[in-house]
Design a protein around this ligand. Sequence first.
Ligand code: AMP
Length: 249
Amino acid sequence: MKVLVPVKRVIDYNVKVRVKSDGSGVDLANVKMLMNPFDEIAVEEAIRLKEAGKADEIVIVSVGPQQAQETIRTALAMGGDRGILVKVEDTVEPLAVAKILKAIVEEEGSELVILGKQAIDDDCNQTGQMLSALLGWSQGAFASELKFGEGTVDVTREIDGGLQTVQLKMPAIVTADLRLNEPRYASLPNIMKAKKKPIAEKAAADYGVDLTPRLSVITTSEPAARQAGVKVADVAELVSKLKNEAGVL
Ligand code: AMP
């Protein structure tokens, strides 16, 4: 089975984001970028499938600027086999990413795509679902466990009320939730080996995909600043403040 894992280069979750002064978006100049954390989980799951003899090859794809090559290398150092970088200049909306992924799936003959459940920069949570619709494949989103059978995969999903297990027919799309696994760190020898693994460079036009945005950002703003707290002397004062000032009791 060939597994495709799309990985997105996003702003490091430890960085405090700055909104551009004109409100057109977030300032990415000189900001540390990393692989989207849910995509690390997706890569880890694909590697475990390969180690268990259920996957033959793991192809890592990123749609992004030249620097997204580093993100692909990180995934290759973890255990991916080869990469495809689809170079784009600007941010690309999930539908366009899904169209590119569809073309790659068809070209590569992939039978399973494991994506992150969402990218932590735009929080769209759309790409996996759109890809599933475009391919006409079954989907298991928010996966916390996968069990493969004969031509099927049982996906345990994290839903509001608890866990739900669905059986999908292969080929399938899975999106990884936080508890699917704990991603490994790449070892130094594997980081060195990853430098020699091939990464093909492509353009969106190679897949016939038009990247013209369909949405326009009206404004981006900082969250409201949190007000400073106050110290209370005792429980009586706390109860009185909750009752008389906050009005919550
Ligand atoms: P989103 O729908 O934007 O929240 O992203 C969900 C998942 O789709 C991510 O976790 C990635 O696995 C994949 N994805 C989204 N954008 C890209 C991209 N530009 N390149 C590669 N994978 C992506």
